[in-house]
Design a protein around this ligand. Structure first.
Ligand code: AMP
Length: 142
C-alpha cells in the first residue's frame, strides 16, 4: 500500500503557518484544526519547517512562558524529512520509528501535496488487517 492510497482516503489538505507568526498563534491553529503539528511555509506550497506540540512543550519547559510571544521559526525544526506519493506505508512507518516523529509531509516536485500522521498510518493498518481477516473468514466459511 502506498502513500497515494492514504491521501486518497484522508484528502490532501495540509494546514500550514508562516514562520513569523507567534507560538500563541500556533497553539490557536493546532487547537482549531485538531492536529498535533503544522508545516511551516511562507507560500503554502514549499516547506520552511515543521512545528509540533512537542516543540512547544520542550521550549516551555526550558525557556518558560515567554516562548509564547516568540516567532515560530525560533522553535520549529528546519530540516524536514518528507516522503513521496509513491513511497509505501511500510517505508513511512520505518521512517517515523527510526526518527521518532509522528508527522511526515508529502512532496511532489518540491511542492507540498499532503501530510501523513502516525494516526493515519495506524488507521490504515487496522483497516488493512480487518480486510485481510474478512477475506480469510469468507474463505474458510464460504
Ligand atoms: P512529532 O512527533 O511529529 O510531534 O515531532 C517530534 C519532533 O520532531 C518535533 O521536534 C518536530 O518538530 C520534529 N518533526 C516532526 N515531524 C518531522 C519531520 N517530518 N521531519 C523532521 N522533523 C520532524
Amino acid at each position: 500500500m502506498r502513500i497515494t492510497d492514504v491521501l486518497r482516503r484522508k484528502g490532501a489538505t495540509v494546514v500550514t503557518i508562516t514562520p513569523d507568526r507567534t507560538v500563541t498563534h500556533l497553539l490557536e491553529s493546532l487547537a482549531e484544526h485538531r492536529v498535533g503539528a503544522l508545516v511551516v511555509s511562507r507560500d503554502g506550497a514549499t516547506i520552511d519547517g515543521i512545528v509540533s506540540e512537542r516543540d512547544v512543550v520542550r521550549r516551555l519547559h526550558s525557556d518558560g512562558p515567554g516562548v509564547l510571544a516568540q516567532p515560530i521559526h525560533a522553535i520549529m525544526t528546519a530540516t524536514v524529512r518528507t516522503c513521496r506519493v509513491e513511497d509505501t506505508v511500510d517505508d513511512l512507518m520505518r521512517l517515523m520509528t527510526e526518527h521518532r516523529f509522528r508527522h511526515v509531509p508529502v512532496v511532489t516536485d518540491g511542492r507540498l501535496v499532503g501530510i501523513v500522521s502516525i494516526g493515519d498510518v495506524v488507521k490504515h493498518r487496522i483497516d488493512e488487517l480487518q480486510s485481510e481477516r474478512d477475506h480469510l473468514t469468507a474463505y474458510i466459511t464460504g
